[in-house]
Structure formats: structure tokens, C-alpha cells
Write a protein that binds this ligand. Structure first.
Ligand SMILES: NC(=O)c1ccc[n+]([C@@H]2O[C@H](COP(=O)([O-])OP(=O)(O)OC[C@H]3O[C@@H](n4cnc5c(N)ncnc54)[C@H](OP(=O)(O)O)[C@@H]3O)[C@@H](O)[C@H]2O)c1
Length: 221
């Protein structure tokens, strides 16, 4: 299979790209592709919020069998302390870009009668998120989008999977007003296991909604 991983330069996307490259052709996308090299993964530089980059992605990567949407950014703090630019970056990266990229590839998948769209949402999609209101709204948005899309495309044999991790030890929290206890939160590899579980199901089975939680959870304010 050909797998496109968006957000493959770090964290959960990087772990997915690494694991999937053992058995599949993996194309990894992100802005800072210089910081990574993985055997079996070809990287393409793409800022999902830059129209010309996304156009080039569409030209260079014809419809993959699986797309993992793991691009994301998060800014935390009291909402009035989050700037408009930061809100815009979260909405564009976490919500609009997966929706738009789906728009491009979905017709090819439907025509081919196969394809798998995997969205990395978050447990925040279903919770109340003081200090993360905008981020949580974006994650709730992508959850809602994926739920509707699943019903819309299921009869065309295109699969949709929503993975909702709890706190995971990645770079996502570099802009946070709290820190996570790395020993207690999930590892990117734990989330990758859920992705592999969904990817490896037979064609008549869709694993739609997976929540991945650590047994304990700790943030420090
Ligand atoms: N960590 C957690 O606790 C957690 C929990 C639940 C859900 N999630 C979700 O998991 C996904 C992956 O996040 P992560 O935790 O792995 O964080 P991460 O290590 O910061 O990875 C984020 C990835 O997104 C890419 N990215 C960010 N902005 C981009 C842009 N404009 N264009 C293209 N790529 C962009 C980054 O690459 P470049 O900087 O190279 O562009 C990086 O590869 C996100 O959707 C996040 O919301 C994370």
C-alpha cells in the first residue's frame, strides 16, 4: 500500500511513518523535512496552510491508499491570551487542512472503491477545555467531520477512522502553559498501535472510533 502521512516530521505522525514503512511505501509530509530521515520513507516538504505547497503535494502524490492526518498545532492559555494569528493557525492546520485535503483525494478513492482516511483527533474533542478552548473546538470539529464523512462514504468502500489520543509525549506542548509528566502520558508508539490496528483490518471492516488513554494522567500547572 501507499500511505501518505501528514505531520510525519514529528511525534505521532513520525511514529506512524516509521512503523508503516516496514510493510508499506510511505510518503511523509511536513514543513521541516530537513530534521528527519527515515529509511523507507520519502519526505515531501509541505506547509498545509500554503496553497502552492498543497498544490505541489497533489501533483507529486497521486491518490494514496491510506492518508493519516497527523498535522497539528496547539496553543494553550486563557483564551484572551491566545492571539488571532494563533487561533487562525490552529483552525487552518487542525481543522481546515484535513477537510480540504480530503476534498482533493476523496473522489479518486470513491472511484477506485478503496481508500482509508485516518484522522488524529483528541480526547479534547469530547471534553471541556479551559486553557485550550480553541484547540478543543478544532478537534471537536474534525471529530464531527469524520463522523459525517464515515456515513457519507461507507457504501463506497472508503474507510474513515478517528483516533482520539489522550496526552501523548510529543512536541505539541511546546507552547503550553503546563507541562506533562512524560513517564505517565502516552508514547507516540501507543497511538501508532491503534493506527496499525485500524489499517490492518480486512476490507469489509472499519475501525471507526478509537480512544487511546494512559492508565494515569498528569499535567503540572
Ligand atoms: N500530543 C498529544 O498529547 C496529542 C493528543 C491528542 C491528539 N494529538 C494530535 O496528534 C496530532 C499530531 O501531534 P503530535 O502530538 O505528534 O505533535 P507534534 O510532535 O508537534 O507533531 C505535529 C506535526 O504536525 C506538523 N505540522 C504542524 N503545522 C504544520 C503545517 N502548517 N503544515 C504541515 N505540517 C504541520 C509538524 O511538522 P512541521 O513542524 O515539520 O511542519 C509535525 O510533524 C495532532 O493533530 C494533535 O492535535 C496530540
Amino acid at each position: 500500500m501507499r500511505v501518505l502521512v501528514l505531520g510525519a516530521t514529528s511525534g505521532i505522525g513520525l511514529a506512524c511513518a516509521k512503523a508503516l514503512s516496514k510493510e508499506h511505501d510511505v510518503i511523509g509530509a511536513g514543513r521541516d523535512t530537513d530534521k528527519v530521515s527515515l529509511e523507507g520513507v520519502s519526505f515531501i516538504r509541505c506547509d498545509v496552510n500554503d496553497r502552492s505547497d498543497v498544490k505541489r503535494l497533489y501533483t507529486e502524490v497521486s491518490c494514496p491508499d491510506v492518508i493519516i492526518f497527523s498535522q497539528g498545532c496547539a496553543y494553550y492559555g486563557l483564551h484572551e491570551n491566545i492571539s488571532s494569528d494563533q487561533c487562525e493557525e490552529m483552525v487552518l492546520t487542525d481543522l481546515l487542512s484535513p477537510i480540504e485535503i480530503t476534498n482533493h483525494y476523496l473522489p479518486f478513492m470513491k472511484q477506485r472503491k478503496s481508500g482509508h482516511l485516518i484522522y488524529i483527533s483528541s480526547v479534547t474533542a469530547d471534553s471541556v477545555n479551559p486553557h485550550g478552548a480553541c484547540y478543543g473546538a478544532c478537534k471537536a470539529g474534525i471529530r464531527s467531520f469524520a463522523k459525517s464523512l464515515f456515513e457519507e462514504v461507507r457504501k463506497t468502500d472508503v474507510k474513515v477512522t478517528l483516533i482520539s489520543p489522550d496526552l501523548t509525549d510529543t512536541d505539541l506542548y511546546r507552547n503550553a502553559d503546563f507541562s506533562v509528566d512524560k513517564d505517565l502520558v502516552l508514547k507516540s508508539e501507543d497511538v501508532t498501535e491503534a493506527v496499525l490496528f485500524a489499517v490492518n483490518k480486512p476490507s469489509n471492516v472499519d475501525i471507526f472510533d478509537v480512544v487511546v488513554r494512559p492508565m494515569r494522567n498528569a499535567i503540572r500547572k
